[in-house]
Design a protein around this ligand. Structure first.
Ligand SMILES: [Ca+2]
Ligand SMILES: [Ca+2]
Ligand SMILES: [Ca+2]
Length: 438
């Protein structure tokens, strides 16, 4: 029987993507497999053999067994996520396992879930928020379990599209942050621990917005702010910033029409492109020569704006070309402004910055520098054609070709090009899941 249990857990671990199943220092100990087997055995002793382990699909914890010191006594307990196939109840269950006085793993009690699979698990001190998803619904459900008197107790349920945690008021402890669509708008909630099974729930709603195009968190003074790119029915994005102060959630871009000023075509997500911890909001304007193009169909000069708590305004940080299809941002040197336009090869996507000349069509204007990208195997042709390898991401190589002579004042050096070229790190800003497809 014991051999069988070990065999089962080995198969399951092969299929699971993260070995987050570590029990306090055991990864370096010789008996990891025994420990895991004992925990699994304790689970099936309590829940039966007909269970299916449930792996969180997103977030920091991706194992069906999560080791966490629930009671803060210095030793990790184990939370096991599973479901039992049954006509009446397809919801996930959570077994809380601990060592008994003999040091043997035991399932102590079980928590009811609020959906048929697990989206993500977050811990907030001793408390745990679990995001559940249900196959037929666009929205997920959060259930917050607060730890008190030795057990978890479910104290809060809501639905969400975004579930994260961040220190929105900068006082040192994180809040749970949820975002969801609500009526014809977007609702944000922040849950703040206030001692002994008590939470303060702060809410804020925007009355327009058909979906969440993207979101991320960034520094805002001493606080961490939520940056929310909200999609609207007019096929555009606009950004809202949300943080918490002593009076509740604050959205500074609702003042003075600042959020409306950020309206831009879909796809141009806010992000921390330069990695300095503050999020930049892209505000687009058609490049010279593209003024007559349809909304969303032009080549755009992007002005990256950041919100200044001191001035209460959006301040320009840089101008750039935000290449949505190839995944990079090229910041435009000041001496280029108003003198440069851009053309894009419709076949290869190659981008060429050109000296603007109103007497010529764009593709005949003097080329200054071209950028091309290719999968790692397809780059030889660019090298053979005189391009230089600029940088590489996991899947793509980026090539550059300086096409103007050194006597051209608009030409850039390779150092300048490298400094201004930023690969977009998709992990920095998450794409929303409910963006309407227009
Ligand atoms: Ca413990
Ligand atoms: Ca806080
Ligand atoms: Ca930044």
């Amino acid at each position: 029987m014991r051999k069988l249990a070990i065999l089962i857990i080995c198969l399951m671990l092969t299929g699971c993507q993260a070995l987050t199943f570590s029990v306090d220092g055991l990864l370096s100990a010789p008996n990891v497999a025994d420990e895991q087997s004992a925990i699994y055995q304790a689970l099936i002793e309590s829940a039966g053999r007909g269970i299916t382990l449930e792996y969180p699909r997103n977030g920091e914890y991706r194992s069906a067994f999560i080791a966490y010191d629930i009671d803060a006594d210095g030793e990790e307990e184990t939370l096991a996520f599973y479901s039992v196939s049954s006509v009446n109840d397809s919801n996930v269950k959570i077994a809380v396992l601990d060592r008994d006085s003999d040091g043997e793993w035991r399932s102590m009690y079980e928590l009811a879930g609020a959906g048929s699979s697990v989206d993500r698990v977050l811990f907030l001190g001793n408390d745990m928020a679990v995001g559940y998803s249900a196959q037929d619904y666009e929205e997920n459900s959060i259930r917050l379990y607060s730890y008190a008197d030795g057990v978890f107790e479910a104290i809060y349920d809501n639905t969400y599209t975004v579930l994260e945690k961040a220190d929105l008021d900068g006082e040192g402890r994180e809040e749970i942050v949820t975002v969801k669509r609500s009526g014809a708008g977007i609702e944000i909630n922040a849950l703040q621990a206030a001692g002994e099974v008590l939470y303060k729930v702060y809410g804020l709603a925007f009355d327009t917005g058909s979906g969440i195009g993207g979101y991320g968190f960034g520094k805002l003074g001493d606080k961490t702010a939520l940056y929310l790119d909200i999609a609207s029915d007019e096929s555009g994005l606009s950004t809202q910033i949300v943080y918490l102060d002593e009076n509740g959630l604050v959205a500074p871009l609702t003042l003075g029409g600042l959020s409306e000023q950020t309206r831009r075509p879909l796809g141009y997500l806010s992000l921390d492109y330069d990695g300095d911890g503050t999020v930049e909001i892209p505000v687009t304007a058609a490049f010279t020569g593209y003024e007559a193009a349809a909304w969303g169909g032009a080549e755009y000069l992007t002005r990256f704006m950041s919100y200044s708590p001191e001035t209460g305004n959006l301040e320009p940080e840089s101008s750039a070309y935000y290449n949505l299809s190839d995944g990079y941002i090229f910041t435009i040197p000041n001496r280029w402004l108003n003198l440069i336009t851009v053309s894009r090869d419709p076949g290869t996507g190659e981008l060429t910055f050109r000296k603007y000349d109103p007497a010529l069509i764009i593709t005949e204007m003097q080329p200054i520098v071209s950028f091309a990208s290719a999968g790692s195997s397809a780059g030889e042709a660019y090298i053979a054609a005189g391009y230089e390898l600029l940088t590489e991401s996991d899947s793509t190589s980026f090539y550059v070709n300086i096409r103007a002579g050194s006597d051209e004042p608009l030409v850039l050096t390779m150092d300048e090009i490298r400094d201004n070229f930023h690969i977009i790190d998709e992990s920095v800003f998450s794409r929303g899941t409910t963006t309407r497809v227009f």
